[in-house]
Design a binder for this molecule. Structure first.
Ligand SMILES: [Zn+2]
Length: 282
């Protein structure tokens, strides 16, 4: 998991661009006019959003409270397939070095194929196409997130634009290396003491609700196989201590690229520092 760069242009202009891109249909010729009439209300909510965004207090925003028919009109603005939204995805997933992030920033397992609405669109239809409220995500994470986003006045999910992810390790893995080459890995979270408790609470709830620990454990095969192939390719050429050193160095570089608590790096380092695991290469 890694922080993302947020949208920095005028968010309300983006809302207007989405509306502009909609075609007037014979079936509903007044649609665009109806949404246009909501623009003053939407614009003022966008400015509330901007102010709370700057202070990272999105949980304090109250919904405008649109009528059912207004809500239905607003929700129709969003579609993952339309070109304005596709362009937004390209913008948000292009890194400073012009690489495209194609893997879901939440789980780093599945492909990005949706946008998650941080403030749920059912409760806040006015933000349905607010680019600061949209997070590139896979549909699995998006589905687990559903519409519950607060518990009391506390947020249940990390905001990868705003919540600064700790550099300290908080994701750990317990390995079980069996002699018949079976490896099981149980991931867990732990605050070793230096992470502020408010952010750690959100991290815990985020991982739990998106079933991340479980999903990491279920997806270890590729990492385990790839590491085994790496080690086997070097075992006749380098002492195991050197190979271990190189794997750790590579995994730490991956952490810089994919997040300080990138689960694959944490798993690789745990494996090459596990005495039982290394025995199989003797
Ligand atoms: Zn995901």
């Amino acid at each position: 998991m890694k922080n993302l760069r947020h949208y920095t242009d005028d968010a309300f202009e983006f809302h207007k661009d989405v509306l502009k891109s909609k075609k007037t249909t014979i079936a509903d010729p007044t649609y665009k006019d109806r949404v246009k009439r909501l623009e003053n209300a939407v614009q003022s909510q966008f400015s509330v959003y901007d102010n709370n965004f700057v202070q990272n207090t999105l949980e304090d925003i109250e919904s405008h409270g649109h009528t059912a028919s207004e809500k239905s009109d607003l929700l129709k603005l969003y579609s993952y397939k339309i070109s304005v939204i596709k362009k937004l995805k390209a913008k948000l997933t292009t890194t400073a070095t012009n690489r495209i992030i194609s893997t879901c920033p939440n789980c780093t397992i599945s492909e990005i194929n949706s946008f998650d609405h941080y403030l749920p669109k059912e409760e806040f239809p006015e933000f349905v196409v607010n680019p600061k409220n949209l997070f590139p995500s896979c549909t699995t994470c998006n589905g687990y997130k559903s519409t519950t986003w607060l518990k009391g006045d506390k947020r249940l999910f990390l905001n990868l634009y705003l919540d600064h992810l700790p550099e300290e390790q908080y994701l750990f893995v317990k390995l079980k290396v069996e002699t018949d080459s079976v490896i099981t890995a149980k991931f867990y979270l732990q605050n070793t003491g230096t992470i502020a408790s408010d952010i750690f609470e959100i991290i815990e709830s985020h991982y739990e609700r998106l079933r991340l620990l479980q999903r990491f454990s279920e997806n270890i095969n590729e990492v385990v196989t790839s590491l085994e192939n790496t080690i086997n390719s070097f075992i006749d050429k380098l002492p195991i201590a050197k190979i271990r050193e190189a794997v750790i160095e590579k995994s730490n570089k991956d952490k810089l690229a994919f997040g300080h608590n990138y689960w694959k790096s944490i798993l690789e380092i745990a494996l090459v520092t596990d005495v039982e695991y290394l025995k199989r290469f003797n």
